[in-house]
Design a protein around this ligand. Structure first.
Ligand code: ADE
Length: 424
């Protein structure tokens, strides 16, 4: 750590706290749902005395979540859920202005990343709040002894939920976890509109290319891929979708995109964005087929979607040509540009999803943690959905904050929906 502090933490520079505080406040203005929960938490202290270790992208939006949990009485520590996504200013302010221990430095290497997770577990949490399940995995493997007091957790993202379900299926999951990702008010908004906008934001900040008229290949047509394709189309790109699931591929066709296997898309694409949650999406044969100047970026949780070792092997030369842009010169002279080391481009070269959408994701996190604090001891060691009441509450508060009123079912309509006797 570059600046001395009494608080155990590891951040880039505590002198960044002033800028960080302003940015956290800026994001907070756009997070009315979380703010209303924070207000109630301040009155009711539903998290009093609980220790929480959070492993999330350390951003201004996450900072607002941490402050809400602290206001609710929780003792929180925070570490990064990705080596490149940390906003050093936000990390500094949480430590210096709010006394929250943070272990996160943008650009940290693999060993430091894991030492930060380890520091978060030293807090001996009652609850984990994870994004990608790296913290939970560590608590179930190398650092089992630090996990004895954990009684529950929450998980933010699709990739993490998949890993946790696989742990539960193998019977090794040690405590109940709520899949925040699966709330409608999370994935339908964060994964689609958040990833859609922030991914293009990351690509544009890194490259400043014109999307209009560009052949943009989107790999994966889940909620994130749908959002990326929709926004790229909106900016005039010719969108091609690659998808292995036939139903989703059909949806992409009917949404108006060209759909084809990656080996075909590789020949015509100019910008490639992976968002599948799987590995080896862009591999040697694809790089070999790409046009000169192709740009490749990833928006999936882990940096496994683009086979970077294969790209390295094919290349005779590599150099950094702009922040977050690495040029690979292939045999024969063609160039391929890799963005952000193949890590989440939206959080590496931009600021992640806008606060308006993280408002809903993190409102779910706060309410699920409150639910866990009340109920975890009665739950099994399984992955649980977000209680519907929480999902609907988040939607309701968000609508209210936007000044939008909606109709309600009349008693007659409710009765009709619950009956089966009335037909033709
Ligand atoms: N995931 C995607 N965008 C994010 C953000 N702005 N903050 C925290 N996690 C995120």
């Amino acid at each position: 750590m570059s600046t001395v502090s009494k608080l155990a933490c590891d951040v880039k520079d505590l002198n960044l706290a002033g800028v960080g505080k302003l940015r956290i406040e800026w994001a907070g203005q756009f997070m009315p749902t979380l703010a209303s929960i924070r207000k109630r938490f301040a009155r009711e202290k539903p998290l009093k005395g609980i220790r929480v270790s959070a492993c999330l992208h350390v951003t201004t939006e996450t900072a607002n979540l941490m402050l809400a949990l602290q206001e609710g009485g929780a003792q929180v520590v925070l570490c990064a859920s990705n080596p490149l996504s940390t906003q050093n200013e936000a990390a500094a302010s949480l430590v210096a202005d709010s006394g929250i221990p943070v272990f996160a430095i943008k650009g940290e290497n693999h060993d430091v990343y894991y030492s930060h997770l380890d520091s978060a577990l030293q807090h001996r949490p009652h609850f984990t709040m994870d994004d990608g399940a790296d913290l939970v995995t560590l608590a179930h493997t190398d650092r089992k002894e630090l996990a004895k007091e954990i009684i529950g957790g929450t998980e933010e993202t699709t990739t993490g939920v998949i890993r946790l379900r696989s742990m539960a299926a193998e019977g090794v999951l040690g405590y109940p976890i709520i899949a925040v990702n699966d709330a409608d008010t999370k994935h339908m908004f964060d994964n689609r509109y958040g990833t859609g906008q922030s991914t293009l934001d990351g690509v544009l900040r890194a490259t400043n290319v014109l999307l209009a008229g560009m052949n943009v290949v989107v790999a994966g047509y889940g909620w994130c891929g749908r959002g990326i394709a929709m926004r790229a189309h909106g900016m005039g790109a010719n969108v091609i979708v690659c998808e292995v699931n036939p139903t989703r591929a059909l949806e992409a066709v009917m949404d108006g995109y060209r759909v084809m296997p990656m080996i075909e898309a590789a020949k015509v694409g100019e910008l490639f964005i992976t968002a599948t949650g799987n590995k080896s999406i862009l591999i040697r044969e694809h790089f070999e087929a790409m046009k000169d100047g192709a740009i490749v970026a990833n928006s999936g949780h882990f940096n496994v979607e683009i086979d970077i070792p294969a790209l390295e092997k094919l290349s005779t030369k590599r150099r950094i040509v702009r922040d977050f842009v690495e040029e690979f010169t292939l045999n024969g002279g063609r160039k391929v540009f890799l963005l952000a080391d193949g890590r989440l481009v939206n959080l590496s070269s931009a600021e992640g999803h806008p606060a308006e959408v993280m408002d809903m994701s993190f409102a779910n996190q706060a309410l699920c943690l409150e639910y866990m604090a009340k109920n975890a001891r009665n739950l099994e060691k399984k992955v649980y959905p977000v209680p519907e009441e929480i999902d609907k509450t988040v939607a309701r508060i968000k609508l209210e904050s936007k000044g939008v009123n909606i109709d309600r079912l009349t008693p007659e309509q409710e009765k009709y929906l619950a009956s089966w006797s009335e037909g033709t």
